[in-house]
Design a protein around this ligand. Structure first.
Ligand code: NDP
Ligand code: 2IT
Length: 448
């Protein structure tokens, strides 16, 4: 079955899973030159096999709210591919979570994890639970209930979950406690644990810092530097605020962050004090707009950041947050570089538009791979029961991000379809990630 036939099959079977189809098509359309050069991929039906997860575990979560009322949610773990290592990927708690979203995230994760060069397969999980407005006790009870069910399917060598939207250090630690309680094992079954009981230094910062390291590599190729560049960031969570922090540390001017309520714009830039204030404010679930009363700037209710002029955009909130109109605004407003902190934040039309306009564009599976890379380093630290220092991890992270950049750029040149020197990081990253997984599958024969 050719790639185009495989796409048709996915579109026909999964028309009701639009995010998943979108992610599959993006990979499929860019790996065609590689696929054509390797007839064994078609013979062994590698692509057709890779678009079907190994399994999806679906479960019910009963828990009790503070009023003593029984609540019922749905949870999933998509174990997509363990060709390169144990299933690995985050857990998302958000009301929009469904199978389509988790399958797209799990599919992306296979290739992202392959790009890190570390031995990790791909998976994703989550629940349609809304953490907004929940007390700490409710979050704790939900996390316990979630892991009470999930623990049967995960372990340090089988499947290693971590955080994602709505799941950070607090939630991972509650889930870890339940896992440990049920299995009596203190090991690396989850990453992003608290530092002090197995968590890696720098895991919290890794995704946002890594995205900025990737960006530095992109800029260097164009003989540019991040210093003095104006940066627009969307989201105000783990990825966004650490991307803001690193961009500021390296001399950029961070003009915006945003959340589901709107966009905060500070023309003077957000320095460390302001970023610390933002972290604290979001940790307490308080509104971003309070910033204006303390530090000045402007608040745009229910608006995205893209109407503001800048040099670099780091969309870091959620999938499909940047549509074609937003992409047009970005180009009009001078954006020359986009590094995706979030997973698939650009719609397919937006991606086409910005590539057509030769905006330097790093897709999420390359630019945000720093988070899972440091998760991989947490797994190895747990295996040898030792901690590495912040500086050691930071150094490794920089090297991993440079390596992903260089491999993607090289593949873009080798297989690329552009003749004007534009580096197609999207095609390059898809080709490198896919090839690593496909070659493992070929070596296994038809198992997996
Ligand atoms: P957080 O939960 O820490 O923050 C998410 C942020 O995005 C919040 O500011 C939230 O706003 C905003 N947001 C979420 N959903 C929506 C929506 N539907 N509309 C508008 N705003 C929204 O999550 P993370 O920072 O961890 O994750 C952000 C992105 O990065 C996701 O795409 C995730 O998959 C990806 N990612 C995360 C990694 C990690 O290590 N955490 C690693 C790699 C990728 P509000 O607070 O108002 O809800
Ligand atoms: O999308 C992602 O890469 C993550 N949410 C992090 C996954 C992980 O296992 O650290």
């Amino acid at each position: 079955m050719s790639i185009s036939q495989a796409i048709e099959k996915v579109e026909a079977c999964y028309a009701h899973q639009p995010e998943f189809v979108q992610a599959v098509k993006e990979v499929a359309l860019t790996i065609a030159p590689l696929y054509d050069a390797h007839s064994e991929y078609e013979t062994l039906k590698i692509f057709e096999r890779l678009v079907e997860p190994d399994r999806i575990i679906c479960f019910r979560i009963n828990w009790e709210n503070d009023k003593g009322e029984v609540q019922v949610n749905r949870g999933w773990r998509v174990q997509f591919s363990n060709a390169l290592g144990p299933y690995k990927g985050g857990v998302r708690f958000h009301p929009t979570v469904n199978q389509s979203v988790l399958k797209f995230l799990g599919f992306e994760q296979i290739f992202k994890n392959a790009l890190t060069g570390l031995p990790m397969g791909g998976g994703k999980g989550g629940a349609d639970f809304d953490p907004k407005g929940k007390s700490d006790s409710e979050i704790r009870r939900f996390c316990y209930a979630f892991m009470r069910e999930l623990h049967q399917y995960v372990s340090k060598d089988i499947d290693v979950p971590a955080g994602d939207i709505g799941v950070g250090g607090r939630e991972v630690s509650y889930m870890f406690a339940m896992y440990k309680n049920l299995t009596r094992e203190h090991g690396g079954v989850l990453t992003g644990k608290g530092v002090g009981f197995g968590g890696s230094l720098m895991r919290t910062e890794a995704t946002g810092y890594g995205a900025v390291y990737f960006l530095e590599n992109m800029l260097a190729v164009q003989n540019e530097n991040i210093k003095g560049k104006k940066v627009l960031i969307s989201g105000a969570g783990n990825v966004s605020l650490h991307a803001a922090e690193k961009a500021h540390m390296l001399g950029a001017t961070v003009l915006t962050v945003s959340d589901s309520q709107g966009t905060l714009y500070d023309e003077n830039g957000m320095d460390q004090e302001k970023i610390d204030w933002l972290k604290n404010q979001k940790a307490q679930s308080k509104p971003l707009c309070d910033y204006v009363d303390i530090y000045g700037g402007e608040w745009f209710t229910k608006q995205k950041p893209w109407h503001i002029k800048g040099d670099i955009a780091i969309p870091s909130a959620t999938q499909n947050e940047v549509n074609e109109d937003d992409a047009k605004l970005m180009v009009e407003n001078g954006i020359k570089y986009i590094a995706e902190g979030a997973n698939m934040p650009l719609t397919a039309d937006a991606v086409d538009y910005i590539r057509l306009h030769r905006v330097h564009y790093a897709p999420g599976k390359a630019a945000n791979a720093g988070g899972v890379a440091v998760s991989g380093l947490e797994m190895s630290q747990n295996s040898v029961r030792q901690y590495k220092t912040f500086e050691e991890i930071d150094e490794r992270l920089k090297r991993i991000m440079k390596n992903i950049h260089d491999c993607a750029a090289e593949a873009s040149e080798q297989y690329g379809q552009t003749d004007d020197g534009y580096i197609d990081y999207m095609a390059g990253a898809n080709i490198v990630g896919f090839k690593r997984v496909a070659d493992a599958l070929c070596a296994y024969g038809i198992l997996n």
